[in-house]
Each structure stands twice: as structure tokens, then as C-alpha cells.
Design a protein around this ligand. Structure first.
Ligand SMILES: Nc1ncnc2c1ncn2[C@@H]1O[C@H](COP(=O)(O)OP(=O)(O)OP(=O)(O)O)[C@@H](O)[C@H]1O
Ligand SMILES: [Mg+2]
Length: 220
């Protein structure tokens, strides 16, 4: 499902990864961890085509991402959902419209959009806040909307970067439960986090990046 084969990535002259290889199976739920600056965000960006490797091969489902032309990247993005802390919601749009955006861009029928957005809003327990805008929500509610926005397109792969970084324990648990539900429907999920508490005793695979490569791979 996700395959890295001897991938090297540098920014200017700084080497982030040197010949890293790893793979994840379809429907797997895994974590990525390691010190600040180790390259967690960069690795996720390589998966969804926001950064290019210097060498090596990256495959996601049927796409050879490392060989894709720039104009093919949008088709990859339709199938790879991302939940990044700095992917802000649009404050001047309602919760409903924020979630609907991905479907509107792909010209889905308005009736289908309404059904699908309402279904995810029920799932995140925010149907009663559909028509208000993000600044009037709590941090935990906003993060649930960010997850819903990624879910609604029914991605093949879901990537999350410190998705609980700004959340208290209760809200973290709610967001992690949503990821589990998305995964139960077949989506492959990869979560980058510093927070060991998120993966402790989950039984999932954890990739630990340090010193420019995947130093350890363990089962939590
Ligand atoms: N756009 C960029 N241009 C140049 N260097 C970059 C860029 N993005 C990241 N880097 C560098 O690449 C390295 C890896 O950064 P990255 O953001 O992937 O780390 P991270 O593991 O996500 O860290 P954190 O835990 O702090 O989020 C760092 O040394 C960083 O300074
Ligand atoms: Mg990061």
C-alpha cells in the first residue's frame, strides 16, 4: 500500500533521509515517531507528493509517487487524506462548508454532498454546529472538523501529523477513536507523533526515525 525503497531526501544541502526503506500493508494502522527535526513531517509530505525525493522509489496504492508529474498530484491527493495541525479551517465558512469543500471541488452532486457531510457530522457529534463557523468552536471541536474534512472524501490512505498536539486527553481520545473507525472501514492510517501515550499498548507498528533513517521498527 505504501512503499519506500531506498529513499533519499535532502533540503538544500541538509540530508533528512539516506536510503530509507519501509512498507505498510493495505488497511494497516501505524505510527511514526522520533525526535524533533528527525523528518516525520517530511516523510508524510513525500507520501502525498508535497515533497519530492532526491532518489529512490515511493509507491502509494497504484501510484508511483516518486515518478508522478506535477499535474497528476491532484489525483493522488483525492485519495490521500491529511490531518495536519497547521492545515487551518476556513474561518469565514461554516463547519458544513469546510467539510463539503473537498466534495464540491470534485463536482459531486449537491444531494450526495449533503448526505455525506451530514453523515460525518453525526459521526463527530457536531451536527448541531453545522451552520456555525470554526472560530466559535473549541479547539477539540475544530480538530474533529479537520478529521471530518479528511474523512469525507473516503481516502485510501489517511496521514496525520501530531493530530492531538493541541488537545487535552479527552479530546485526544475522541480523535484517536475516529481514526480507528476510519481504519476499520479499510483506510490505511499513519500517524506521526511525539506522544508515546498515543501508541503505547496499541499493538500497532511504530517506525522510529533518527539519524537520517528508520532506526527502529517496533510493535507498541
Ligand atoms: N521546507 C524546508 N526547507 C528546508 N529544510 C527543511 C524544510 N522542512 C524541513 N526542513 C528540515 O528538515 C528536517 C526535518 O524536518 P521535519 O519537519 O520533517 O521534522 P519533524 O520530525 O517533523 O520535526 P517536529 O517533530 O519538530 O515536527 C529539519 O532539520 C528541518 O529543519
Ligand atoms: Mg513535524
Amino acid at each position: 500500500m505504501i512503499l519506500f525503497d531506498e529513499v533519499t531526501k535532502t533540503y538544500d544541502r541538509e540530508v533528512v533521509f539516506k536510503d530509507i526503506s519501509f512498507s505498510m500493508g493495505r488497511g494497516e494502522f501505524a505510527f511514526l515517531t522520533g525526535p524533533s527535526g528527525a523528518g516525520k513531517t517530511t516523510l508524510l509530505k513525500l507520501i502525498y507528493g508535497a515533497e519530492r525525493p532526491d532518489s529512490g522509489q515511493i509507491v502509494v496504492s497504484d501510484w508511483i509517487v516518486s515518478k508522478m508529474k506535477q499535474n497528476a498530484i491532484p489525483s493522488l491527493r483525492q485519495n490521500v487524506g491529511v490531518v495536519f495541525q497547521d492545515f487551518k479551517l476556513l474561518d469565514n465558512k461554516t463547519v458544513f462548508d469546510n467539510i463539503a469543500l473537498a466534495l464540491t471541488i470534485h463536482k459531486k452532486h449537491p444531494h450526495e454532498i449533503r448526505e455525506r457531510v451530514n453523515a460525518v457530522l453525526r459521526e463527530i457529534n457536531l451536527i448541531h454546529k453545522a451552520n456555525i463557523s470554526p472560530p466559535y468552536l473549541s479547539g477539540g471541536e475544530q480538530q474533529r472538523v479537520v478529521v471530518a474534512r479528511a474523512m469525507v472524501a473516503r481516502p485510501i490512505v489517511l496521514l496525520a501529523d501530531e493530530p492531538t498536539g493541541n488537545l487535552d486527553d479527552d479530546n485526544s481520545e475522541v480523535v484517536m477513536k475516529l481514526f480507528r473507525e476510519i481504519n476499520a472501514r479499510g483506510t490505511t492510517v499513519l500517524i506521526a507523533t511525539h506522544n508515546e501515550g498515543l501508541f503505547r499498548k496499541t499493538g500497532n507498528r511504530v517506525f522510529y526515525i533518527n539519524n537520517k533513517y528508520i532506526e527502529k521498527e517496533m510493535v507498541a
